[in-house]
Design a protein around this ligand. Sequence first.
Ligand code: ZN
Length: 506
Amino acid sequence: MDEIIVFDTTLRDGEQSPGASMNTAEKLEVARALDLLGVDVIEAGFPISSPDDWNAVNEIAKMLTRPVICGLARCTKKDIEAAASALEPAKKPRIHTFLATSEIHRKYKLEKAKDEIVKLSIEGVTFAKTFTDDVQFSPEDAARTELDFLCEVVQATIAAGATTINIPDTVGYSVPSRFRVVIETLFEKVPNIDKAVLAIHCHNDLGLAVANSLAAVEAGARQIECTINGLGERAGNCSLEEVVMALRVRGDHFAKRVNVDTTRLVPISRLVERVTGIHVQRNKAIVGANAFAHEAGIHQHGMLKDASTYEIMKPEDVGLTASRLVLGKHSGRHAFKQRLEELGYTLDDDQFERAFGYFKVLADRKKEIFDEDLEALVEDEIKDVPETWELLNFHTSSGSGTIPTATVRMMNADGEAVTDAACGDGPVDAIYNTIERVTGISARLTDYEIRAITAGKDAQGEVSLALDIDGRIVRGRGVSTDILEASAKAFVNAINIHLFQARPTQ
Ligand SMILES: [Zn+2]
């Protein structure tokens, strides 16, 4: 069976989605999980865009040896050099360079004629080739490009040495039958098309990214670009979990092989949710909370007789298992470390000690500790942002007929404890007003979400929020069995991230 190359761009296109930015430690965690998932190519970032992006690509290139590690670059020397230097330690580096080809982009964005576009594309690919053999070229907005011109650009860039040609539906405008024609035409009209792998990159503005990608596969495309949870600019990209499961479940129809360990789909989806603070909707295919839930009586009756009456795949196939009791109050250092390793986490000594300390506190508060709890507390420890402000303790009083007030004690970077008090519309608001007074930072809460990590009344609550501080959005996250404490921790986390990002750099 032909193999479909799974190209994941969660760390590049996904990270570009509003509010989804990740720090380097978080990107490394996601990259490790993508490696375990078995994707073939990881697009790790856009190195020229920021020093942090360059650094993340570089660290991932050092860390992972199995997958191809890809860096994005516009068709300019500076971009390509930045990508090449970031990818220098990679065992299998790929430079992905792109240039817009559609009439709208040529006219309004680039102000360049067709022949200039072809020339620049060739130059970009040729220059990238001096750093690595593995060069991918994307004619941006290909889906809206005149077909004859698209064929011309593709032929020229393959001749220049591009080994993968990616056809993006940049604005999510295509429909499956039309996209299929685009791919078929390339196979018909481009004489050297067999010298490169044909890829697609579909956006989901009309909810058709997965359908368009599958139509392209039927027409002969061999690489699918996708993201975990369908993250990406605007409505996002083709969702990895959906497209992979479509190829797997309907193997009878597509007859293509994908090298992905599907039992890791739900865990990585949860990881990306936690790291980005962007949660998938309950009815999301494959990974949504309701994807395998059966409510209707008539369905339940059928399910009890035979699961296949209403289920086309098993929850275990995608890594959905019942919450598992793993550790308790009396579990020691060794058991804790071992379970973390089984979950795919490697912490340094300092992170481990902090995580273990919190585990002990948690075990006192909560009888049973599940994998989800461990994941949440480890994610808490790998935030990799210095704790400029640390929450020491807080007290609130609220109730009907009283004015909610909070007292908060925090420690600053010099190790001094600062205490203050304030009132608010409710206990959370009172805590936030007090933290603002203590830190001297005023923030506007633009998003606040709370959810239980596991079932049960003693479950940990996870608060993820977004603050607008001086016009910049920062996300924070906090976990605790006490939702007020989780709320406070999330707020302090966002403030620390803000201070870290706003620090003077030399
Ligand atoms: Zn994109």
